[in-house]
Design a protein around this ligand. Structure first.
Ligand code: CO
Length: 466
C-alpha cells in the first residue's frame, strides 16, 4: 500500500504564521500526551521563530520548552527548522557556534533538523549537517531543505540539481519549502516527478502554506506525483497563512487508499483541544482575521504571509499605509536587483525593508541597510542570479570583488563563548544559557535577570512560610 505521512506543525509553523509565535508552552502542554499517540511522521515544535519568541515575549527558556516537549512526547520525532549558518538568528555565526548549537539541540531532545539556507547556497548548511551527523542519536535525521521560489533563474532542472547535491552531501531526507505558498499544482507535479526520478527512494517532503489558496490542490498533485511526507496543521490552526488541515488531508488520503498512519480519533481530539485556544487568540487580538483568509496577491509578489503582515505593521507605525501598494510593487524590483533571492528569513525582511525605504524616501537605494550591503558584499553567500551591476559598484567600488562568506564563517575562535560567559557572569548556569545569549544577547540577559529575581523572591517566600 502506498504511504504518505504527515508532519504536524501546530506547535511551530502554524502558530508562527497565524499568531506570530506567541503560543506559550503552558497553553498546549495539556494535549502533548495525546499528540504522542497520533502517529505523525514528526511534530514540528521548535526552531524557526519559537526560540526568539520564548525569550523576547513569553519569558520562557526555549531549551526548557524543548526538554518539556521531549518528556511529554517520548514516542514522536521532534522536529525543528534551522536557518543553516544563521541558526535561529539573522546573521551568519562561526562554525564552532553552529556546531555547539546543534549538539545542544540534539542533547535537549530534537530528532529531525530541517536545515535550509535562504539563498540555497549549500555551503551555508554544510557545517550544520556535519554537526548533526557528529552528534546524531538513533532517531536523528538531517533533512536538507530547499527554499522554493519562482524566478527566471529558478528552473525545474536547477531544483533537481540541488536535490542531487543534497543527497550527495549526506542528508537523509529532502524537503521542498514553499514558504510563500506560491507553488502551483502544475509546478508541484513537474518538480516532484523530476526530483523523484533523480533521487530514487530518498524521502521527499513538501512544506507549503495556504496563503494563496493553492495548497490543497498542490498537495493533491504532490501526492499523485510521489511525495512521501506533507506538512499539515490541526484544522483549528490551519488555512490562511498556515498549512492545510491535518484532518482534511487524512480524510482525502483515505479515499485515495493511502495509509498515513494517523489515528483518526486522536487527531480529532487534538483539534478539539486547539479550538478554544484559537478562540482565545481571536478574542485577545493576537489572531488577526487577515491571516486566516486567502491572498492571491502573493502569487504576483512572491511574498510570504509573515512578510506582508510585518510590512503592514511597519507602515502603520510610520503612518505611511498609503504607501503600501507602492511598497508591495517595489518588492519584485528589489528582488530582481538582488539576484532573485527566495523571500525567506532573513532575506524576506531585508528585501521588504529595502522596498519600504526606497518608496518612503522616493529615491531608490539612496539609503541601503547594513544587511543589504553585507548581502551585496557576499557575506550571506552567493546570490541565485546576477546582482545589479550598479548596486555592485555602489557597494564594492569599481574593482571590488565580493567576499567569500566561508572564509569568515569557518573561523573557530571560541570568542563568542568567552564573551557570553563574561557578559552573563553568575547569571549563567549552563551551556544552553550561553547559546541563548550568543543568539539573542539582550533578550537573554533580560530573561536570565528575571529568572534570578524570580528565584530570589520565591526563596524569600519559602523562608517566610517556614
Ligand atoms: Co513555513
Amino acid at each position: 500500500m502506498k504511504k504518505v505521512q504527515l508532519t504536524e506543525t501546530v506547535l511551530r509553523d502554524a502558530q508562527q504564521s497565524l499568531i506570530a509565535t506567541r503560543m506559550p508552552y503552558a497553553d498546549y502542554e495539556g494535549i502533548l500526551s495525546e499528540m504522542d499517540k497520533a502517529g505523525y511522521y514528526s511534530i514540528e515544535c521548535w526552531g524557526g521563530a519559537t526560540f526568539d519568541s520564548c525569550l523576547r515575549y513569553l519569558n520562557e527558556d526555549p531549551w526548557e520548552r524543548l526538554r518539556n516537549l521531549r518528556k511529554n512526547l517520548p514516542n514522536t520525532r521532534l522536529q525543528m527548522l534551522l536557518r543553516g549558518q544563521n541558526l535561529l538568528g539573522y546573521k551568519h555565526y562561526h562554525d564552532d557556534v553552529v556546531e555547539k548549537f546543534i549538539e545542544l539541540s540534539i542533547k535537549n531532545g530534537i530528532d529531525v533538523i530541517r536545515i535550509f539556507d535562504a539563498l540555497n547556497d549549500f555551503r551555508n548548511i554544510k557545517t550544520a549537517l556535519e554537526a548533526t551527523q557528529k552528534y546524531a542519536k538513533e532517531r536523528t535525521i538531517a533533512s536538507g531543505c530547499i527554499s522554493y521560489t519562482q524566478s527566471p533563474v529558478h528552473t525545474v532542472d536547477k531544483y533537481i540539481e540541488m536535490c542531487k547535491e543534497l543527497k550527495t552531501m549526506g542528508f537523509q531526507t529532502i524537503c521542498l519549502k514553499d514558504m510563500a505558498g506560491t507553488m502551483s499544482p502544475y509546478e508541484a507535479e513537474h518538480l516532484i516527478k523530476g526530483i523523484k526520478d533523480a533521487i530514487g527512494d530518498m524521502t521527499l517532503i513538501l512544506h507549503t502554506h495556504c496563503t494563496t489558496g493553492m495548497a490543497y490542490m498542490t498537495l493533491t498533485k504532490a501526492i499523485e506525483s510521489g511525495i512521501d511526507v506533507i506538512d499539515c496543521a490541526a484544522s483549528a490552526f490551519s488555512g490562511g497563512t498556515s498549512q492545510p488541515s491535518t484532518e482534511t488531508m487524512f480524510y482525502a488520503l483515505q479515499q485515495y487508499g493511502i495509509d498515513c498512519g494517523l489515528d483518526e480519533k486522536v487527531i480529532n481530539t487534538v483539534n478539539d483541544f486547539f479550538k478554544p485556544l484559537k478562540q482565545k487568540y481571536i478574542d485577545n487580538g493576537q489572531l488577526n482575521p487577515k491571516s486566516m483568509g486567502t491572498d492571491a496577491q502573493a502569487l504576483v509578489y512572491k511574498v510570504p504571509g509573515g512578510m506582508l503582515s510585518n510590512m503592514i505593521a511597519n507602515l502603520t507605525d510610520m503612518h505611511a499605509m498609503d504607501k503600501f501598494d507602492a511598497a508591495l510593487a517595489e518588492i519584485p524590483k528589489v528582488r530582481e536587483d538582488l539576484g532573485f533571492p527566495p523571500l525567506v528569513t532573513p532575506l524576506s525582511q531585508m528585501v521588504g525593508n529595502q522596498a519600504v525605504t526606497n518608496v518612503l524616501i522616493g529615491e531608490r537605494y539612496k539609503n541601503i541597510s547594513k544587511e543589504v550591503k553585507n548581502y551585496i558584499k557576499g557575506e550571506y553567500g552567493i546570490a541565485p542570479g546576477q546582482i545589479s551591476p550598479e548596486l555592485l559598484v555602489k557597494i564594492l567600488g569599481e574593482d571590488g570583488k565580493p567576499v567569500d562568506c566561508r572564509e569568515e564563517d569557518s573561523k573557530r575562535t571560541g570568542q563568542e563563548f568567552a564573551d557570553a560567559k563574561e557578559a552573563l557572569g553568575d547569571l549563567c548556569r549552563c551551556e544552553e544559557d550561553i547559546m541563548s545569549y550568543i543568539c539573542y544577547p539582550d533578550q537573554t540577559l533580560k530573561f536570565l535577570k528575571n529568572r534570578k529575581a524570580q528565584e530570589e523572591n520565591e526563596a524569600v517566600y519559602t523562608i517566610e512560610a517556614m
